[in-house]
Design a protein around this ligand. Structure first.
Ligand code: FEO
Ligand code: CA
Ligand code: CA
Ligand code: CA
Length: 734
């Protein structure tokens, strides 16, 4: 751990509740609020799920009986060092890294990157992303018994978004090499089937049992019967409105007997959600980039970014195929007489929210098509007793939209873990008005009223982006994760950046957009000899539903936080008045812990000359705690004004940097054990694009042991889950 540095020592403040090392069973104790009161608000607890699942307590203002939150650590400095840095008094150790075996007795090759595709199916995947912890009771029954207060035994469920081919293949990928810029080229067809199958096994989801060892340290239980991998090959169930029209997803596979509405695999699993009934939601993001369509793609395919070879450049379909067409299914041009003979519809089986029951290793994941098809980021719920439930979802694409799904079912707190609640409800898309108000526009057959394009709800579920285009939703600056404040029900959404936004008055070309109130910045940012334009550093917006009802069709909003470098123009760029303790760029991952602390993670390329990606902790106010503002945007010599609603400016007391990652990584995915004493943080692709200090790109070798590797004898940088604890055993963050 010599490369894990800590910031200078801090003096703990008296109100630092984290110095309490008593054996508090649950974070809810910290809130100072009797459980009975919250129980009343929620209409009863569902085995504790409501408290630890980040559920909304909409309408609840706890200021009368909850102690004020105060951050209790010293800010970590910006850094471009090739290490992970946490505050003084904290330690981070690697817990789960790519390649770690999940089954008993799986032998490890001498070099972890020599894992075969079959071995990889039983080992931790690559590119760790969204994740959550599910407490597990005693015993080894199937399904397991949830214990939502257990911090000593649990299941860590984690997304594996993508792969770094340069690291996971023994001598780098055989199919092509990196170009001069360090990017994969698209020069040739794949020839090695085994490499493709290994990459497919590196994607998906892992479920890993953790248990405390004799020293009280959480460790991976390698032989747990709950350990599981979902990959691009795992069979899944299509569920919801799409099942009424199976021809939309019919393929050579689903045309087989008994396979109607079945699909193979989950892909590019990015952010996550956790249902009020205790299941995990994994969100399929850039799935479109794995498909190829030669010639002119359909309008529907184009709207999702499907084209020749696919922007992920992996070209699995071009390698010699398996007997069950695992590879050729990613090529969408018709090759047979009908959809029952080819894979022209295969892409219609991806792009969904997938519900996974972590406690039942035999369960079939369900693709919840009612929540629409897009580049799904998170799927975060908001509940209030006796009201319909809402699930908030970003579509991460430049100029795409923010959605919510409202269930037909009302929340009781007594929902069973296995149900089909997510199959019935109404999908909405957000329209942000210029006056700080907004509307949720329904995406239904009746509201669209276009029998040619959207004859059934199944068509809307498959072509959700086109439906949202038709109703005039607001084009956003790349919606990433959404989160719901457990203290007041307000909904936060990161908008990571947008290189296509321009000042009012600009003569736009292509997909360039002028600023609007909800996406109000377009400026220039110099880095070395190059200049970036648009909303370079991103922002975080928040909204409050009318009447604090998750099912409301109107809301109020303001901009909580603008990303910026601390020395940027405070009137028009660094509008949130960020300082060295909290300046950041490209907010992406977002999670409210059960106490109401907001954790913000970055996936940045704009400010990385000054600092690697990071995670900040924040104690937010509320919609309307700031004021209206007029921003003067300037880019390409054009200046234009934009009026917007801005939240209260940040201070180091309200937003503070907690962690900085190593070079080349994205910090993405964070959760805690129920006692708040162990935090899990994912470091995705450290050293990507050859940035790792000890990596020799020309020989694909590492010259020094990576500190992000829990396996011995291997120097490779790898995606890893870091376990962060306080050295005094206290509560994290406060
Ligand atoms: Fe996979 Fe948009 O982050
Ligand atoms: Ca991300
Ligand atoms: Ca991102
Ligand atoms: Ca990423």
């Amino acid at each position: 751990m010599d490369t894990v540095k800590t910031a200078p020592a801090i003096e703990l403040s008296p109100e630092d509740v984290g110095t309490n090392t008593s054996n508090n069973p649950h974070l809810s104790d910290l809130l100072g609020t009797p459980v009975s009161r919250r129980q009343a608000l929620l209409g009863g607890l569902s085995g504790g799920v409501a408290l630890i699942g980040g559920m909304s307590l909409a309408g609840c203002t706890d200021s009368d009986d909850a102690p004020p939150l105060a951050l209790g650590f010293s800010a970590v400095a910006k850094s471009t060092a090739d290490v992970l840095t946490v505050p003084a008094g904290y330690t981070a150790r690697p817990l789960i890294s790519w390649g770690q075996p999940l089954v008993a007795g799986q032998a490890l090759p001498a070099r972890i990157h020599d894992l075969t595709s079959d071995q990889q199916k039983n080992a931790i995947g690559d590119h760790h992303d969204g994740m959550d912890y599910f407490g597990l009771g005693a015993g080894n029954t199937i399904p397991g018994i949830p214990d939502h207060n257990s911090s000593s035994r649990g299941l860590l469920v984690m997304n594996h978004e993508a792969t770094t081919e340069d690291f996971v293949h023994p001598e780098g990928p055989s199919f092509n090499n990196l170009d001069a810029s360090g990017n994969l080229t698209n020069a040739s067809a794949r020839t090695v089937t085994e490499e493709c199958l290994k990459e497919m096994a590196l994607h998906g989801v892992s479920i890993t049992e953790l248990a405390k060892d004799g020293a009280g340290q959480l460790q991976v239980v390698q032989n747990s019967l709950y350990n599981r991998r979902l990959t691009v090959m795992t069979e899944m169930q299509l569920s919801g409105p799409i099942t009424a029209k199976p021809e939309l997803t019919r393929t050579r596979f689903s045309a087989e007997a008994g396979k109607t509405n079945r699909a193979r695999g989950t892909l590019n699993n990015c952010a996550f959600g956790r249902t009020p009934w205790g299941t995990y939601l994994t969100c399929e993001e850039n799935w479109a980039g794995y498909f190829s369509h030669a010639g002119t793609p359909t309008a529907e395919q184009s709207r999702y970014g499907i084209g020749l070879h696919g922007f992920q450049q992996l070209r699995w379909y071009s390698a010699p195929d398996t007997a069950d067409q695992q590879l050729s299914r990613f090529q969408l041009n018709p090759t047979g007489a009908s959809s029952s003979e080819d894979f022209r519809n295969e892409a219609n089986t991806f792009g969904y929210i997938v519900e996974v029951d972590p406690y039942d290793p035999n369960s079939t994941p369900k693709k919840r098509t009612a929540l629409g098809r897009m580049s799904h980021e998170g799927c975060w719920p908001s509940v209030r007793a006796g009201r319909q439930m809402a699930f908030y979802m970003g579509d991460d694409n430049r100029n795409d939209y923010f959605y919510k799904f409202v269930t037909d079912a009302v929340y009781t707190g007594g929902e069973q873990r296995v149900n089909d609640i997510l199959d019935s409800g109404t999908l909405y898309v957000a329209k942000f008005d210029g006056n700080g108000g907004g509307q949720w526009l329904p995406l239904t057959v009746a509201s669209l009223n276009d029998a040619a394009k959207f004859p059934t709800q199944a068509d809307i579920c498959v072509n959700t982006r086109l439906a949202a285009d038709a109703v005039g939703a607001t084009k956003m600056d790349r919606p990433e994760w959404a989160a719901v404040n457990p203290l007041n029900g307000e909904v936060y959404l990161t908008l990571t950046n947008n290189s296509n936004r321009r000042p009012a008055g600009t003569a736009t070309t292509g997909s360039q957009l002028l600023t609007d109130a909800a996406n109000p910045r377009a400026y220039e940012d110099a880095r070395g000899a190059s200049t970036s334009r648009g909303n370079v550093n991103g922002h975080t917006i928040r909204l409050r539903e009318s009447g604090d009802d998750p099912a409301a069709t109107t809301f109020n909003w303001d901009i909580y936080l603008f990303g910026a470098q601390a020395d940027a123009d405070p009137a028009n760029i660094n509008i949130s008045k960020l300082s060295n303790e909290n300046d950041h760029s490209s907010p992406d991952g977002l999670w409210f812990d059960p106490r109401g602390v907001l954790w913000i993670q970055t996936d940045d390329g704009a400010y990385t000359d000054i600092t690697n990606c990071m995670m900040l902790a924040a104690i937010p106010g509320h919609v309307g705690d700031g004021a209206a503002a007029t921003i003067t945007n300037t880019a390409n010599g054009v200046s234009g004004n934009q009026v917007t609603a801005v939240g209260k400016a940040a201070t180091p007391d309200t937003v503070r940097r907690f962690l900085v990652g190593p070079k080349g990584c994205e910090i993405t995915g964070v959760t805690m054990t129920p006692d708040g004493r162990a935090m899990f943080v994912n470091v995705q692709h450290p050293g990507e694009s050859g940035g790792f200090d000890s990596y020799d790109q020309s020989t694909h070798t590492f010259t020094a042991q990576s500190s992000f590797n829990v396996l011995p004898g291997d120097n490779r940088a790898r995606s890893v889950t870091m376990l962060v604890t306080r050295d005094d055993g206290g509560i994290i963050g406060l």
